[in-house]
Design a protein around this ligand. Structure first.
Ligand code: CP
Length: 332
């Protein structure tokens, strides 16, 4: 959260949806830019609030909690889940959405700065959700816009709302995160989801197994953080080691769009392929997660295993994004 709350964005602090005593911290008017800004208490609070939104996300209940509120979805990089789950979250809570897809159809293509973009869009909406290829760019918009800005993925930087839905999913699948051994597998160098997730998991008593080709290892910035926070971790190239030892395997695709040399990408794109046989042979109880999209690193035959959680994970994203929107808009 940015330290300075955006005063114009603070609305009613009266909770319309939950029992007021269930809240510990007020996120109203705050930006959500980086997982480095969250404490364990923040994470647990968001998990708790997200759980309360699950009936609405699952279409079992309806709500008009965000009626009258307008969200701008600025997606300057491709997305299916993040954009649609934010839009679904806003719409299902009675709010409305304005969407920009691709910078070529916005005035960024004419040379308008992100700063000016933020200054303009704050006049139209109550909250901005933004994906952009440049790491750190949501912060630039957040510094100019006097409405909350939510980072929906900034290049190879961060994806904080994905990481929050990831820890929410781990909590739903395993009741608690403390005590888990979690393998992060694939492109740990460019995969922003594993960077953000590592930040959040560093607040918990977990063991991490970092599985990647040597060229795609976790950046030193993240392994240094894990050392500083005394999180036990091991780096390996061997998927089998993770299969034997982890309770949760968090798979990722190799990030084609971040490679300068396409031949290099081709070399690594199917370095690890998870199959039903592998899971059944080594660890039938394994929980398998993936931020999606998958592009060949998890076989379709894995989908029917009870531990295949990646589609549940994507659905959980609606509840987490409902919670975040409601919280920054002062309604939860
Ligand atoms: N997990 C995720 O960020 O998916 P999208 O790129 O489809 O939004």
């Amino acid at each position: 959260m940015t330290a300075q709350v955006k005063t114009d964005a603070i609305l009613s602090k009266n909770c319309q949806f939950f029992h007021p005593l269930s809240f510990m911290k007020n996120f109203a008017g705050s930006d959500i830019l980086s997982t480095a800004d969250f404490s364990r208490e923040d994470i647990e609070h968001i998990i708790e609030v997200s759980e309360q939104f699950m009936p609405v996300a699952l279409k079992e209940k309806t709500s008009n909690l965000l009626e009258g509120k307008l969200m701008a979805a600025l997606f300057y990089e491709p997305s299916t889940r993040t954009r649609l789950s934010f839009e679904a979250a806003m719409n299902r809570l009675g709010g409305r959405v304005l969407t920009v897809v691709g910078s070529e159809y916005s005035s960024l293509s004419k040379g308008e700065t992100l700063w000016d973009t933020g200054k303009m869009i704050e006049k139209y909406v109550d909250v901005i959700v933004m994906r952009h290829p440049q790491p750190g760019s949501p912060r630039e918009v957040a510094e100019s816009a006097n409405v909350p800005v939510i980072n929906a993925g900034d290049g190879s930087g961060e994806h904080p709302t994905q990481a929050l839905l990831d820890v929410f999913t781990m909590t739903r699948e395993h009741k608690k995160i403390d005590g888990l051994t979690i393998a992060l597998v694939g492109d740990l160098k460019y995969g922003r989801t594993v960077h953000s997730l590592s930040h959040l998991l560093s607040h918990f008593d977990v063991k991490l197994i970092l599985v990647s080709p040597d060229k795609l290892r976790m950046p030193a910035e993240i392994t240094d953080l894990l050392k500083k926070k005394k999180v036990a971790f091991e780096e390996t190239e061997r998927l089998e080691f993770a299969l034997k030892n982890a309770q949760v395997l968090y798979d990722t695709r190799v990030q084609k769009e971040r490679f300068a040399d396409v031949n290099e990408y081709e070399k690594y794109k199917h370095y690890y392929v998870l199959t039903r046989n592998l899971v059944e042979q080594f660890n039938p109880k394994l929980t398998i997660m993936h931020p999606l999209p998958r592009v060949g690193e998890i076989n379709r035959d894995v989908d029917d295993l009870p531990g295949a959680a990646y589609f549940r994970q994507a659905q959980n994203g609606v509840a987490v994004r409902m919670a975040l929107l409601a919280m920054v808009l002062g309604k939860a």
